[in-house]
Design a protein around this ligand. Sequence first.
Ligand code: SF4
Length: 504
Amino acid sequence: MLELITQTSTNLPPDVRQAMADAICIEAPKTQAGQALAIIGQNIDMAYEQEGAICQDTGMPTFEIKTPVGADQLVMKKQILAAVAEATARGKLRPNSVDSISGKNSGNNLGPGTPVIHFEQWEAPEIEVRLLLKGGGCENMNIQYSLPCALEHLGRADRDLAGVKKCLLHAVWQAQGQGCAPGAIGVCIGSDRATGYHLAKLQLFRSLDDVNPDPALAQLEREIMHEANRIGVGAMGFGGMVSLIGCKIAAANRLPASFFVSVAYDCWAFRRLGVRLDAQSGAITQWLYRDPQRLVERLLPGAGFEVSGREINLETPLREEQVRALKVGDVVLINGPMVTGRDAAHHYLMHHEAPCNLEGALLYHCGPVMLKEGTPPNIRWRVNAAGPTTSIREEPYEAEVMKRFGIRAVMGKGGMGKKTLAALQEHGAVYLHAIGGAAQFYARCLPRVHGVYLLEELGIPEAMWVFEATDFPAIVTMDSHGNSLHADVAASTGAELEKLGVRE
Ligand code: SF4
């Protein structure tokens, strides 16, 4: 189980690698989407070579297990829990299990409801274990439709396949860059609300290159792949030609009164693998999704993201005139200290003084994977994985936090809303977009840890870490002049949705 978790977290399966290699070929390299894909490709290669987490958000570990009659599921469950705790201690999983009432992180990914383990019996003599690691950013982009309904840009969606198609195009559009596009969708047409979501997620265990045995669903999958990639969301929602790398659809019977379409959205860091196990010894007899004859090939043919010399050097702490000179589309290389802060830190800052000086600071929306090295008293922290988290969650707080503490830049992924945009203008600050999921790539740009605040109270991912950044690349996507790339792409892709000609 430890080997399965480690491989799933660090080495993307071949079908996803192929889909991402195709995306890199399709997108023009000089565009923002092309640059994002170059960083993603480099990150995938680095994660494999260093056996590091592909993305710092290793998600909700979800095990789907088939067992022969007579297998002891209680023993298996104990072994899975032990493996999850060990993989967390080794930095292959981020501590992601948070008490929903107290907010306390269990620190080892174990707790009520985590990890998710589903058992099913089958007739075969061996055990099959499939694992999905799906992060919070894309999980938040899951969506469920109850037909008939009215959809923005698409009009009425009826209880038929045309209505389902509208829902699926809408699902890809509404995710924009927040689920780290290009993504894949698992879909269930029908069932009840809870089972519909479960069956949709199970579709993500299908190989991206398989063909649906149901001809009508196979046709719908092809159409969605074709049309969703014409909308223009692109990698990270920067606008571009590749928005979707997979669409897998199941249908289940429903109650006459209900017609749900459930969509599980997964990001480009589409981490799922599986193994067959000898039921007596527990040894791995076969890896699923992998071809044992085929070695893992580098994803990027070239060097990946290369500095062109046109980037703007951004040294922290920042001054107002420095950030007011920046405009949407500028690529910056950040050097100097940056402070992390995400959901719990924003909540804390709304009610307390800052634990450190944030005047001129760059606040990075990031929940890193950190490794503690050395022995007391010579303990030091190392950044193991540190990509951005979805910024829009901080929209209710960011304007106030920025103004109150004098923060000059916030950085994350997926962009922010109108309130933050207005605060950027008024206060003199900028929103920087880092490439979602590029956790290994960015860990290398953060060679030193200056300190950490609120670690005891908030746990590793939510604590406020102070990192030293070295040539950390990011793109200005919201500036102090009222411009937002995210608002522009949402509008242009909305217009494209309408043009697809499916509106009633
Ligand atoms: S790639 Fe993006 S959406 Fe996916 S797990 Fe990482 S941060 Fe979340």
